[in-house]
Design a protein around this ligand. Structure first.
Ligand code: 5GP
Ligand code: ZN
Length: 144
């Protein structure tokens, strides 16, 4: 279990900063986001300091997703939400402000005007096939 003295989420895990906890087990902590997109918006974090999905140890990765699958329906029942977004920002450019891996569970309501996506792009000509090949190549190289 890694701990970073400067990390706000590590401080929450250590009990140095208060949080409205809703779930906890040996690998996972979940608490309400302090600035929610909708009320009931929660964060699910691994109890080890790592930056995102790619450096998260497998057992902690599995544990946060398993916890989110249990917590999200409870948030829906508690809030009356009809759906939810499960979201993970990886990297500053993707909107990650706290550099400790976390899943957002954002309960959703009809016409709630929560804007999570912008415009979608369109591939032209061979661009889609080229992108497919490039990513497949990188995946294969990583697994080699
Ligand atoms: P990110 O932008 O990194 O994906 O999301 C970080 C989230 O953590 C934000 O939604 C922000 O409101 C929340 N957050 C930041 N600091 C605290 C805190 O001290 N306590 C709680 N409960 N949430 C926090
Ligand atoms: Zn941390």
């Amino acid at each position: 279990m890694e701990f970073d003295n400067h990390c706000v989420f590590c401080k929450i895990i250590a009990g140095e900063i208060p949080a409205a906890k809703i779930y906890e087990d040996d690998k996972v902590l979940s608490f309400l986001d302090i600035a929610p997109f909708n009320f009931g918006h929660a964060l699910v974090i691994p109890k080890t300091h790592c930056h995102g999905i790619s450096d998260l140890p497998d057992d902690y990765r599995d544990a946060i997703f398993a916890a989110a699958a249990k917590i999200a329906p409870a948030i829906m029942r508690a809030t009356g939400a009809l759906g939810f977004n499960l979201l993970m920002n990886n990297g500053q450019v993707a909107g990650q402000e706290v550099p400790h891996a976390h899943l957002h569970i954002i309960p959703r309501f009809v016409d709630d005007k929560v804007l999570l996506g912008a415009s979608q792009k369109q591939y032209q000509g061979s661009e889609l096939a080229e992108m497919q090949a490039k990513i497949q190549e990188k995946i294969a190289a990583r697994n080699a």
